[in-house]
Design a protein. Structure first.
Ligand SMILES: Cc1cc2nc3c(=O)[nH]c(=O)nc-3n(C[C@H](O)[C@H](O)[C@H](O)COP(=O)(O)OP(=O)(O)OC[C@H]3O[C@@H](n4cnc5c(N)ncnc54)[C@H](O)[C@@H]3O)c2cc1C
Length: 336
């Protein structure tokens, strides 16, 4: 009997992670990733990949949101504890978050019970980033460097027999071949593929700079953040521009990001800037993880992760795969 054929549309962190989990969950199937862009050309590769959810990340209920975050943490911990962590782009570190105005912005109810340490910063720590910081928290977390994770997970997928096809999909009815089940992990691309007006870009711009001495992450008011990374490359950010589609580097944003970063850590003034990057966060409330029958084709959507898709890809992908398995076994027949 011919093996069932499954397509995963999208090769960002959500698509590749879904494809990896699918291979473990649905044995004896043929899984193909179809995407227009891969690895460094995806939004996922722009992200610092910090595990720190914001309140705009939401599933359809509080419980689902928390489950996605907790399951994602477990997934990343498993890789982190393995010998493959550096190749897979996993790194654990600590972070300070400071505010001049509000203690609450330094808290994070979504991970305080999850990460090993989450505590208020003491008087001396409040002076690490200069004068004026009234409130602060210190926490331990991890980051996923997609510049390493995407090639690693793609390799795992192909070694396990997965296929990769490059191409743009214009509609679910114009796929290059017949599939029994399709996962839609197209990020912002889903806006057009599904005519989804609830999916909105939040433009981000960051600076990648060589900062070999940076071992801790720092956040300050007004979205200033400095996050260490692999190969001594830190990410300095950022901006959140709602409904902006501008993919060009804005020199004014770049200047503002650099100025705010140097205010947080004056030692950054002389660092070597490697590049400026822009990405459009695929923002949707709630993140869409659900099945749908489109002209008889069984489709599972998994998109709209906003600014938290790197950290939360695994938790959402686990649910998407469960929905896919049920949909696949159901009697509803695929016609396409
Ligand atoms: C500046 C910035 C900083 C960020 N920082 C963090 C962070 O610290 N932590 C965090 O968790 N997240 C962060 N994010 C958010 C994160 O990058 C996104 O949530 C995540 O990348 C979304 O992943 P994705 O796989 O859904 O989308 P993408 O990475 O955009 O992948 C979408 C894939 O679908 C393909 N595709 C789309 N349409 C089609 C089509 N019609 N046909 C074929 N293929 C198609 C694309 O080619 C691509 O392969 C940040 C984002 C930005 C911009």
């Amino acid at each position: 009997m011919e093996s069932p054929k499954i397509a995963v549309l999208g090769a960002g962190v959500v698509g590749t992670t879904t494809a990896r989990l699918l291979q473990n969950e649905m044995r004896n199937t043929e899984v193909t990733i179809i995407a227009e862009s891969f690895k460094e050309d995806t939004t996922s590769a722009v992200a610092a990949g910090m595990f720190r959810p914001g309140t705009s990340f939401r599933g359809s209920t509080k419980e689902i949101t928390k489950k996605w975050i907790d399951n994602s943490w477990e997934y990343w911990q498993e890789i982190l504890k393995s010998s493959e962590a550096p190749q897979a782009g996993l790194m654990s570190f600590s972070s300070y978050i400071f505010s001049k105005e509000n203690y609450q912005v330094t808290r994070n109810h979504l991970i305080e019970d999850l990460v090993p340490i989450y505590r208020p910063a003491d008087k001396n720590e409040l002076k690490i980033c200069g004068e004026g910081w009234k409130y602060g928290s210190y926490f331990s977390t991890l980051k996923i460097g997609c510049e390493r994770y995407l090639p690693w997970v793609e390799k795992k997928f192909t070694v396990n027999g997965g296929k990769i096809v490059k191409g743009k999909i214009d509609s679910f009815t114009s796929l290059p071949q017949r599939f029994d089940l399709v996962f839609n992990c197209t990020g912002l691309g889903a806006k057009y593929l599904c005519n989804d007006f609830d999916l909105v870009p939040i433009r981000g711009q960051v600076i990648k700079a060589r900062v070999p001495w940076l071992k801790t992450a720092f956040y300050g008011d007004y979205d200033a953040y400095i996050i260490p990374g692999f190969d001594d490359i830190a990410t300095l950010g950022g901006v959140r521009q709602y409904d902006s589609y501008n993919m060009n580097v804005c020199k004014h944003d770049a200047a503002a990001i650099f100025e705010r970063s140097c205010e947080l850590l004056p030692a950054l003034k002389n660092v070597e800037i490697i590049e400026h990057k822009v990405g459009l966060r695929p923002h949707r409330v709630p993140v869409r993880v659900e099945g749908e029958l489109i002209n008889g084709l069984k489709v599972v959507h998994c998109y709209g992760h906003g600014g938290y898709g790197v950290m939360c890809a695994p938790g959402t992908a686990m649910d998407a795969v469960k929905i896919g398995v049920d949909l696949f076994k159901s009697n509803i027949r695929s016609k396409v």
